[in-house]
Write a protein that binds this ligand. Sequence first.
Ligand SMILES: Cc1cc2nc3c(=O)[nH]c(=O)nc-3n(C[C@H](O)[C@H](O)[C@H](O)COP(=O)(O)OP(=O)(O)OC[C@H]3O[C@@H](n4cnc5c(N)ncnc54)[C@H](O)[C@@H]3O)c2cc1C
Length: 435
Amino acid sequence: MAEKYDVIIVGAGVAGLQLGALLAHDGMRTLILEKSSRVGGRAFVLEKDGYVLDYGIHLVRFGPKSAIARVIKHIGRHVDFVDVGTSYLLDEDGRRKVFPTKPITFLKTRMFSFSDMITALKTMARLRRGQFDHLLETPVKEWMDENGFKGGLRRYFHLVSASMLVCPFIDKASTGELLRNVQKVLRRRISVMYPRGGWKPLFNAWIETVNSNGRILTDSPVKEVRIKNGRATGVVIEDGREFEAEKVVVAVPVQHMFSFLDEKEFPPEFVSMCKNLRPTAGVFIDYCIKGKISDSTGLWYIWDPMCFGLFTSNLEPALAPPEGQILTFFYPRPVEEMEDPEKAKQRIDELEKAVFNLFPELQDRIAWRRAAHLTMVDGVEINIHQHRFKRPGFRAPNIPNLFLVGDSTAGDGAGGDVGHESVLECYSEMMGREV
Ligand SMILES: Cc1cc2nc3c(=O)[nH]c(=O)nc-3n(C[C@H](O)[C@H](O)[C@H](O)COP(=O)(O)OP(=O)(O)OC[C@H]3O[C@@H](n4cnc5c(N)ncnc54)[C@H](O)[C@@H]3O)c2cc1C
């Protein structure tokens, strides 16, 4: 006899866990099935030799005003966020300059000429009020050309596209999405923050809440989501066990979901959109450092190669041993390069050279390091072909009790925030009410 649940979620990444926690907290008996031996997916936390490493840089946009904070509050938990300090750029002329993240830093930076600065402040004032859907299919490059952005101001918006949209490719990054995300920062008066205590307390809160009214099974790859008479009835996992549920949620990137769903059940254009969605990609290096080399709490941007990094342990010292630090750098690159091991290695070497150039003392202080090249960082690259109206929604077409969640859906925002926002939207689609 198959075990029965109110809802089955396929995948225990941050999206599956957050949605599972919301549903379990609301009284739905919830089962989460996870393929691998650990939960967390692309955000899993590694602990080794007293260092606690996120998977690359993992900041939370809008901190206490984020989707993550709303979920945590709804399940009766609490999280504090730590503010990211002043950010800097190693600019094209090789000089270190303040990288503006707040209005006052626009006045302080040496990135801009006087006229650049006036244009920047005027643009920001305009962005607070505007509506940008008509620019969703305009590339950032075209928008900057039309507005005559040159020099420091052009480099600034290029870097904002690279970090905020995780898309340094301005010939296709979506202006409408970029400006909407900048607007959110201006209106909420918060850019990125870091959860106090790191991501582990968040994971613990989500897991405990799911376990209070259901369970999470690891090492349980779903091999089939059963569809009968136009409804999802349950799932079968690889060892042959079957589970039934009223509702099924796919919490894996949509690009991969047809490994366990029969594509014939869906409209061909939907299948094609899901399979061809382009993710963000790139390389990151985490350095676990012996001793202290910097007390910076802001982001560090490098113009060339275009990358950015952070001393996470300066925001949350408990992540490193008392006499240690953690520095992480990320270098966004096209997915095709990451599929080519030679190219990927070359990019890791380039990134390392740039980081050593910025922090020469680092080279002799490395306790251990982790370098990775990833063909998927975020589930979707926010470009003119895949803005939020051109991605899959939260209910699968044709199958009314099959739902989608995660960072490759139509969730509002950019980067990981697409996934966090999708949790709220999927919940409201399933439950008919807001979090
Ligand atoms: C280097 C890096 C840096 C990042 N920086 C940030 C950041 O600063 N801020 C931020 O918010 N986000 C960031 N992100 C993005 C964030 O990590 C992702 O958006 C998020 O982890 C995606 O979660 P998810 O649950 O949607 O998908 P995933 O993490 O991919 O989870 C899907 C889960 O499903 C499981 N699965 C797959 N197939 C099956 C199957 N057949 N059966 C059962 N289980 C299955 C997988 O094993 C996985 O655990 C970053 C990501 C990376 C890689």
